[in-house]
Ligand binder design. Structure first.
Ligand code: FUL
Length: 460
């Protein structure tokens, strides 16, 4: 079968750089933090906004402890209240008892802590009078977008959620997405435009669940769904596609699709039940075990993890969240601190040694046929609990299925059976002493690539 239709689909450089971040954080903070709501109505009094101990350094420090590489702040949520000194509305921090530009403060802290910064700018605005009137609102939104993309340094993403409801006047806006995207491309050419944009796909749930087989090569219709909502009626006979579908990337699922695109998945999930801080949820945080599982299946499931940690009414990441983030960081270190593969011998079926896969860089190994076996020989028996496999996604996503065996004098034992690999696959199995690993790629599109192999043992 000619699979070049699939393998010719490759990511842009900005998508690869975004994917490398792996683990990122969301900061939902705003007027809702002070009203204990999830969605504000847009008429909350700015007087309520009093984060008297606000400290964005403390946010960054807490996130760093978990191993986060970048964060996204809700510069404006659906209520329309802005966290920066915008000239387009009075409904902002500047009208509050805490008149400081929080986007600027976070920028400084991110730079100090070596975190990348992204911004969430809700298209839906329940405060702005122009909302729902067409071009007047688009101009207003573009003005805000211009301020954020021009005045706060390099942003790695602009995150546009899909919520689109009524404004204060009962009207609903039809957004001029193409104008929004053009402005972002011009001012922040390296930033991915997420969710409603063309670069990053919403995984389809907010529960931290990644598909068993997560493909980044999918139908262009998934992206048109957001960009061209008005034109998205399906032609007769073609099944509608939704981000929630379980299989959106197998060859069977893509059969008949005219246009394909690289549209990688992001898992947005909150450490708490809500997106915003609610004091009554202080005992309801996800456990460290749950968070490690979400990490292993998202970061290790060809997706990016966007974990929400909402600052509280004092303007701090609450101590219970700080504690959980530290525990998560420690748990991940206990697994991934040392790559036990770094001094192993790796070779392919032609017995050619492969050193490229021992380093986590851009070099990679490339197979010749659809099915290939790669062997990893350790200098001595080593206890392993995890294996990490990475494809070189610049060459597209190719591996469809693989098995991992432990081999010794008694024969071979199956440790793990997987499907897609993509940017990163984390395979967890019961602790096993291994002298030789056989990675059998049972099916790939044309030929597989492997950019990196890592072997780890969880310290308990
Ligand atoms: C959704 C919003 O409606 C939620 O409040 C939250 O911000 C989530 C991440 O995106 O569309």
């Amino acid at each position: 079968m000619d699979v070049s239709k699939y393998t010719k689909i490759k990511p842009t450089n900005r998508q690869v750089e975004w994917q490398k971040l792996g683990f990122t954080a969301f900061l939902h903070f705003g007027i809702n933090t002070f009203t204990n709501h999830e969605w504000g109505t847009g008429d909350e009094n700015p007087e309520l906004f009093r984060p008297h101990k606000l400290n964005t350094d403390q946010w960054c420090e807490a996130l760093k402890a978990a191993g986060v590489k970048a964060c996204i702040l809700t510069a404006k949520h659906h209520d329309g209240f802005c966290l920066w000194a915008t000239e387009y509305t009075d409904y902002s921090v500047m009208a509050s008892p805490y008149p400081r530009d929080i986007v600027a403060l976070l920028r400084k802290s991110c730079d100090r802590y070596g975190l990348k910064m992204g911004l969430y700018l809700s298209p839906w605005d329940r405060h702005e009078a122009a909302y729902g009137t067409g071009k007047a609102y688009d101009d207003f939104y573009l003005g805000q977008l211009l301020e954020l993309t021009a005045n706060y340094g390099e942003l790695y993403t602009i995150w546009m959620d899909g919520a689109c409801g009524e404004g204060a006047n009962g009207k609903v806006q039809e957004y001029d997405w193409e104008r929004y995207f053009a402005l972002i491309r011009k001012n922040q050419p390296n930033a991915v435009i997420s969710i409603m944009g063309p670069d990053v796909r919403w995984i389809g749930n907010e529960a931290g669940i990644t598909r068993k087989s997560e493909w980044s090569v999918v139908s262009e219709r998934l992206r048109e769904r957001s960009a061209i909502a008005a034109r998205s009626q399906q032609a007769a006979g073609i099944k509608p596609l939704s981000p929630e579908d379980e299989d959106i990337g197998s060859i069977a699922a893509l059969m008949g699709e005219e246009k394909l695109c690289w549209y990688p998945a992001e898992v947005d999930v909150s450490i708490r039940p809500g997106w915003f801080y609610h004091p009554e949820e202080n005992n309801d945080l996800r456990t460290t075990g749950e968070l490690v599982h979400i990490y292993e299946t998202s970061v290790g499931g060809n997706a990016l993890l966007l974990l929400n940690v909402p600052p509280d009414m004092e303007g701090l990441i609450n101590e219970v969240d700080v504690k959980r983030l530290k525990e998560l960081g420690a748990a991940l270190k206990a697994i991934f601190a040392e790559n036990l593969c770094a001094d192993a011998c790796v070779y392919d079926e032609q017995s050619a040694p492969i050193t490229a896969v021992l380093h986590d860089d851009e070099d990679f190994w490339c197979g010749r046929t659809e099915k290939e076996t790669v062997t990893v020989k350790f200098p001595e028996k080593r206890r392993l609990t995890h294996l990490v496999l990475c494809e070189q996604i610049r060459e597209s996503q190719r591996i469809e299925s693989f098995d991992v065996y432990s081999v010794d004098l008694d024969g071979q034992r199956l440790l793990y059976s997987g499907t897609t690999v993509g940017f990163k696959k984390i395979c967890r199995f019961g602790a096993t002493f291994v002298e030789e690993l056989k990675i059998v790629i049972t099916q790939s599109r044309e030929f597989p690539t492997i950019r990196f192999i890592g072997a780890y043992c969880e310290r308990i």
